[in-house]
Design a protein around this ligand. Structure first.
Ligand SMILES: O=C(O)CCC(=O)C(=O)O
Ligand SMILES: [Fe+2]
Length: 382
């Protein structure tokens, strides 16, 4: 009989929300409990697609986890950092450059930020199929809960959002869901893009990420102008970020201003990545965001992040869904010709192995740095 008790994990206590008045982005809050019926979905689809079109970011509330379920996941998220010794962390370090894939630890100081300064954050990445790789001993008791968390994020968060975004393009509700399968074998696909694929070639790269930022030295802050993680777009379709109290995330608005993301208790921050921008022919924009030093009252704290990074199945070619009546009306923006468009696999591998490692080229009077991945221009913002 399965055990009814869960293994103990130390409580991870975050500081209270900041008292400082920050310039927050004004983002839509979407109540996912209203997505149960077709009428509710039609209303939410307008909100979600407007938000993705105009800001590339929105909040989700009522996603189905209680605050205590979410808190438990944050406790678990801290285990790979606080309960694993450096020697064991080395054994489970990912081979990003060689494999183009984040699995296991991304160690501290792996990325170059600016002026010779490297990052002070580590992350631990787990494929939604938690059995794909071995994990540090301290993480193993929690694998069932991590798997349940991946399922929740996939089916109760990602899929409902993808349905709203497909409706926003006037496509069949499951047009985007069909590109984001979950289990590896034995499914049937209604979508024309997948009908041609052999099931055996399907790889599903969506993953859970735990991420911990550590306070930096004054010298590091000065040399990087307080930037902890450079402005970037995410490379998948949707990023699901479980909101936490330490303010540090900012988005670059369409009028060129950095605005802070506000913490909302037990909410999710959702953003579009490159793959969604490709699939939607530029209609849903991958918005640039960055992480900076937190405000003074949260300055000496660590900052723990909990994410589900979503990608289509690896074999999907990232071409616009040109059958969308909306795209036919407004027109399609392409970052490359369809024949040259990368697959999800090529795009994620190219971006992962290059990120924070390649020599970037300065552009736009030093404000932007550029690189070319699979023939497509990628910009990084300071
Ligand atoms: O830590 C955050 O709030 C955002 C991190 C982020 O943008 C990323 O990991 O891609
Ligand atoms: Fe990001």
């Amino acid at each position: 009989m399965p055990s009814l008790t869960v293994p103990p994990a130390a409580r991870y206590i975050s500081p209270p929300t900041t008292q400082e008045k920050l310039d927050y982005a004004d983002l839509a809050v979407i109540d996912l409990s209203k997505a149960q019926d077709a009428k509710g979905r039609a209303e939410l689809a307008i909100q979600a697609s407007d938000a993705m079109k105009n800001h590339g970011f929105f909040y989700i509330i009522n996603h189905g986890y209680t605050s205590s379920q979410t808190e438990r996941m944050f406790d678990i998220a801290d285990v790979p950092f606080s309960c694993v010794e450096p020697d064991e962390k080395r054994v489970y370090t990912g081979k990003m450059k060689e494999t183009g894939s984040y699995q296991g630890y991304k160690p501290r100081q792996y990325w170059h930020i600016d002026n010779g300064v490297h990052d002070q954050l580590e992350h631990y990445n787990i494929n939604r199929d938690v059995t794909k790789r071995e994990h540090p001993e301290a993480v193993r008791p929690f694998l069932n809960e991590i798997e349940a968390f991946a399922r929740h994020s996939h089916f109760n968060v990602l899929h409902p959002i993808l349905r709203l975004l497909a409706l926003g393009l006037e496509l069949p509700e499951d047009a985007l869901v069909d590109l984001h399968g979950y289990s590896s074998v034995g499914e049937t696909y209604g979508n024309h893009l997948l009908a041609l694929l052999k099931v055996s070639t399907l790889t599903r790269p969506s993953k859970v990420r735990f991420m911990k930022y550590y306070p930096r030295s004054q010298a590091e802050e000065l040399k990087t102008k307080n930037v902890w993680l450079k402005g970037h777009t995410d490379f998948g379709t949707i990023t699901v970020l479980y909101s936490q109290p330490v303010s540090a995330l900012q988005i670059l608005t369409r009028d060129g201003k950095w605005k802070w993301i506000k913490h909302i208790e037990n909410a999710l921050v959702i953003n579009a990545g490159d793959a969604l921008e490709f699939l939607s022919g530029g209609y849903y924009k991958a918005t640039i965001h960055r992480v900076v030093q937190p405000p003074a009252d949260q300055r000496n704290c660590t900052r723990l992040g909990l994410f589900y990074f979503c990608m289509t199945d690896d074999a999907v070619k990232l071409v616009p869904l040109a059958e969308s009546p909306v795209l036919q009306r407004v027109g399609i923006e392409r970052r490359c010709d369809d024949v040259d468009a990368p697959t999800m696999e090529a795009w994620r591998r190219g971006r992962t192995s290059a990120y924070g490692q390649t020599q970037l080229k300065a552009a736009e009077e030093g404000k932007v740095e550029e690189e070319v991945i699979n023939g497509v221009l990628v910009k990084h913002y300071n």
